[in-house]
Design a protein around this ligand. Sequence first.
Ligand SMILES: Cc1ncc(C[n+]2csc(CCOP(=O)(O)OP(=O)(O)O)c2C)c(N)n1
Length: 368
Amino acid sequence: MASKKGFDPVKTLEEIEDKFEMYQILNEKGEVVNEADMPDLSDDELVELMTRMVWTRVLDQRSISLNRQGRLGFYAPTAGQEAAQLASQYALEQEDYILPGYRDVPQLIWHGLPLTQAFLFSRGHFKGNQFPEGVNALSPQIIIGAQFVQTAGVALGIKKRGKKSVAITYTGDGGTSQGDFYEGMNFASAYLAPAIFFVQNNHYAISTPVDLQTNARTLAQKAVSVGIPGVQVDGMDPLAVYKVTKDARDRAVNGEGPSLIEALCYRYGPHTMAGDDPTRYRTSDEDSEWEQKDPLVRFRKFLESKDLWDEDKENEIMEQAKEDVKKAIKEADATDKQTVTQLMEIMYEDMPANLQEQYEVYKEKESK
Ligand SMILES: Cc1ncc(C[n+]2csc(CCOP(=O)(O)OP(=O)(O)O)c2C)c(N)n1
């Protein structure tokens, strides 16, 4: 076989890596730096996107406090990731499927999951996972990377049914080290399945920094290995996140296959509320560097410059969010506690004989 003369694989790698630059539309000061790529969003839609980000920031603060009071169970903080989460979800349509990770409850809420159910999920109540009709989503996945293969499958199902919709999954930077990450993307690529693989690179998998996950300069470039488009986007820039997700969706529904998106962001809080202390692995300098990039701050500046936003409006949304949380947690409190037999009933259509025996024991206990 003839070998290519002068072929330099190291140079080829460098050339590929150089091509993956962070994509941005709105800079940290709220200035548009890429006018040509401004997404086609009306003033009302821009305000709606900001409203969702402000509301979700309050939800995060309230959820942390409810967790500390022992009124919520599992909770993974989201502050700092609003643009990555909500602007990507905003680019979806109602018929699209979301396969979220444990930190991705906000996307589910804005896709139609009632807040009360999100709270029940946090408490481990099965009702938190019984999504209303028309909310196309799977439950938040705790197993890292496990939804990549499922997303390829859901997307292939969408394609086989001839539907014009997509399946999107979310993971963190840590998730890209799982074998499932490559398997899912490769399968979806081979079948041109309408999938979007969305990585929120918040730079840490619990305490492990992203440069210990991989020697690759970007996570987006991993798309090259399976022959799909990959983009690294400023995940603190809602307009850029919206644009790249919308483009990926358009390509997917047009039969052009899946895409990989890496959104550079930061989680301000701890990994979860189960005892993580970020000060043990992050410096306060790094925290403040990222706070300068905050998605709400830059989008507020942008909207104010267009006379679309002011303090009164923001306060109104914050009050509304607090009211919504109050009402939802009350409803969650008023929900009957789940029983062991209920859990068994929803697990099995036909219960195995050994469990049937246990079921009878619990039924008896619960009747007292
Ligand atoms: C397969 C698997 N391995 C390990 C864990 C334990 N674990 C829980 S969260 C986490 C870190 C994940 O980090 P990343 O994917 O970057 O997501 P982030 O939490 O930053 O959103 C790990 C290792 C798990 N849940 N699943």
